[in-house]
Design a protein around this ligand. Structure first.
Ligand code: AMP
Ligand code: ZN
Length: 460
C-alpha cells in the first residue's frame, strides 16, 4: 500500500509506515461533554473516521482511541475562567456528573448516526485521575513544574523547541504579552493541576500531593494516550484549533516525561464554517447540531456526504444550499445503487483508481468523483454494485442498508423501537433511553401512550 499523509509536525506529505507490527495506534481528541457537539466538531470526527477507514482499507488493523473530556477544560485556553463542565452544569441545572453522562450518550448517538466506526476505547478523564497525577509527579521530579497560588504549572522555558508543532514564535509572544498571565512566568506556561478555589467545593475535585483540585485539560491526553497506545504511537489527530495550544502542550508534557513527541504523524482537520445567520459556538446555547439538521429533514448521512465532498485540509462552508445539495446527491446515489442487482464482481481498474485517490492524503472529493463516474459508466449493473460495495468500506454512506421510504416505518426503525420496548419491559431504563436517542438521531420520535408506544417522524 502507498498511503501518503500530511503531517503537521513536518508540514509535508509523508508515506505512512507503521512504527511497529500490530495495530496502528490512532488517538483522536474527543468531545468536551458539557453540551451537544455542533456540526463543526462532527466534521473533525468524520475526517478521523475516514482516516481510520482508509488505513483499514489498506489492510491495517487500527487501535482507535477517543477520549471524553469531562473535567478540566476551562472556558479560556489561557488557564483562566471557569471549568466548562461546571458552567454547563449551572446552565442545565444538573450536576456536572449528570451532564457528562447525558452529553456523552448524545455524542455517541451522533457518532452512530454518522456511521463512524466504534473506537477500541473511549477513556474518560475522570476515570484516569491516578494516571494524570503520576504523570504530573514525574514532570515535577524531572524539574518541569512550578507552583503558583492557583495550581501547578508546566514550565515551557525548559524546552528550546516548545511550540515547534505550531511554529510558535515565543519571543514574539513574549513581546506581545496579551495573554492573560495570572501568576504564570511565561505566557506559554500552562496548568497541570488547578487547586479548588479556597473555601469552595467543586463538584469534581480530587486530593493530590499538591492540594485538592482537578487536572488541567492537556494532561489527560498525554496520560491516557500513553496508557492505551504507549508513549510513542502512530497518529494523533484533532481539529486545526488544537495545533497552537492543546497539541503543543501535549507534546511538551510527553517530551518532558517520556522523551517522545507522542505520535509519528500529526493530522489536523480544517474547520467547518457557517453562513452568518447560523451559529456554531456552544457557549451561545443555540447552535447547529446534527439533530438540528434531522429536524429539518436532513439525513445524518447527507451531512457525512457533505464532509466527504471537501478535502479535510480545506475549510468547508456550511449553509442550507450546500446541505440540501448533499442530500439530493445522496438520494440519487441511493436510488442508482438500489437499482443494481447483486452477483457481480468488482471492477479492478475502478477499485485501483479509487484506492489511489483516497490513499493520496485522503482525497475523498476525488474518491467521490470516481464513484460518480462508476454510476454513469456502462459497466454491467452487478459490476457497478460490487465495485460500489468496495468503495463503501471507506465512504460509509450506508448504500446497501438504504430502503426507499413510503409512509411506513422502515424496518430498521421498527426494530430499534421494538428493542426499546423490550428494554423497558426488562426495567433497563438506561438502555431504553439510549435507544430513544438513537431513534431521535434518525428522525423518529416515540411517545408512550396508553395503547403502547407510537412512532412519528420528527418535524420534517
Ligand atoms: P471540543 O468538544 O470543543 O473539545 O472539540 C471537539 C473537536 O472539534 C476538536 O477536535 C476540535 O478541534 C474540533 N472543532 C471545534 N470547532 C470546529 C469546527 N468549527 N470545525 C471543525 N472542527 C472543529
Ligand atoms: Zn487532546
Amino acid at each position: 500500500m502507498s498511503l501518503v499523509l500530511h503531517d503537521t509536525w513536518s508540514r509535508s506529505l509523508r508515506p505512512f509506515v507503521p512504527l511497529r507490527p500490530g495495530p496502528v495506534g490512532l488517538y483522536c481528541c474527543g468531545p468536551t461533554v458539557y453540551d451537544h457537539a455542533h456540526i463543526g466538531n462532527l466534521r473533525t470526527y468524520v475526517f478521523e473516521d475516514l482516516l481510520r477507514r482508509v488505513l483499514e482499507f489498506g489492510g491495517h488493523e487500527v487501535r482507535h482511541v477517543v477520549n471524553i473530556t469531562d473535567v478540566g477544560h476551562l472556558v479560556s485556553d489561557a488557564d483562566e475562567g471557569e471549568d466548562k463542565m461546571e458552567k454547563g452544569s449551572r446552565r442545565a441545572g444538573e450536576s456536572a456528573w449528570a451532564i457528562a453522562e447525558r452529553f456523552t450518550a448524545a455524542f455517541r448517538a451522533d457518532w452512530r448516526a454518522l456511521n463512524l466506526r466504534e473506537p477500541a476505547e473511549w477513556p474518560r478523564a475522570t476515570d484516569h485521575i491516578p494516571e494524570q497525577l503520576a504523570f504530573i509527579a514525574e514532570l515535577e521530579r524531572k524539574g518541569f513544574t512550578y507552583r503558583t497560588a492557583d495550581g501547578i504549572y508546566f514550565d515551557t522555558s525548559k524546552q528550546d523547541d516548545y511550540g515547534h508543532l505550531a511554529r510558535l514564535d515565543k519571543a514574539g509572544l513574549r513581546a506581545g504579552q496579551r495573554v492573560a498571565m495570572g501568576d504564570k512566568r511565561e505566557a506559554t506556561d500552562f496548568a497541570l493541576w488547578k487547586f479548588s478555589p479556597p473555601g469552595a467545593q467543586r463538584q469534581m475535585e480530587w486530593d493530590s500531593p499538591w492540594g485538592r483540585g482537578f487536572p488541567g485539560w492537556h494532561i489527560e491526553c498525554s496520560a491516557m494516550s500513553a496508557r492505551y497506545l504507549g508513549p510513542w504511537f502512530d497518529i494523533h489527530c484533532g481539529g486545526e484549533d488544537h495545533i497552537g495550544v492543546h497539541h503543543s502542550n501535549e507534546i511538551a508534557q510527553t517530551q518532558a516525561c517520556h522523551g517522545t513527541r507522542l505520535a509519528n504523524f500529526w493530522l489536523h482537520g480544517h474547520f467547518l464554517t457557517l453562513d452568518d445567520d447560523l451559529k456554531m459556538s456552544k457557549s451561545d446555547g443555540d447552535f447547529v447540531r446534527l439533530q438540528t439538521l434531522v429536524d429539518r429533514g436532513i439525513d445524518p448521512l447527507a451531512y457525512r456526504y457533505l464532509c466527504l465532498g471537501a478535502h479535510y485540509r480545506s475549510s468547508l462552508r456550511f449553509n442550507e444550499a450546500a446541505i440540501a445539495g448533499a442530500q439530493s446527491a445522496l438520494d440519487r446515489l441511493r436510488r442508482a445503487y438500489a437499482g443494481w442487482p447483486e452477483g457481480g464482481a468488482a471492477d479492478a481498474s475502478f477499485v485501483a483508481r479509487f484506492r489511489a485517490e483516497v490513499e493520496q492524503d485522503l482525497n475523498l472529493p476525488r474518491g467521490l468523483a470516481v464513484l460518480w463516474e462508476l454510476v454513469r459508466s456502462d459497466l454491467p449493473a452487478p459490476t457497478r454494485r460490487a465495485t460500489a460495495d468496495v468503495f463503501e468500506a471507506v465512504l460509509g454512506l450506508g448504500l446497501a442498508e438504504w430502503r426507499e421510504e413510503g409512509d411506513a416505518v422502515p424496518e430498521a426503525i421498527a426494530a430499534l423501537a421494538q428493542e426499546r420496548l423490550e428494554a423497558r419491559s426488562a426495567g433497563d431504563w438506561a438502555r431504553a433511553d439510549r435507544l430513544r436517542e438513537d431513534l431521535r438521531a434518525q428522525g423518529w420520535q416515540v411517545e408512550d401512550g396508553a395503547a403502547g408506544p407510537r412512532l412519528s417522524r420528527g418535524r420534517w
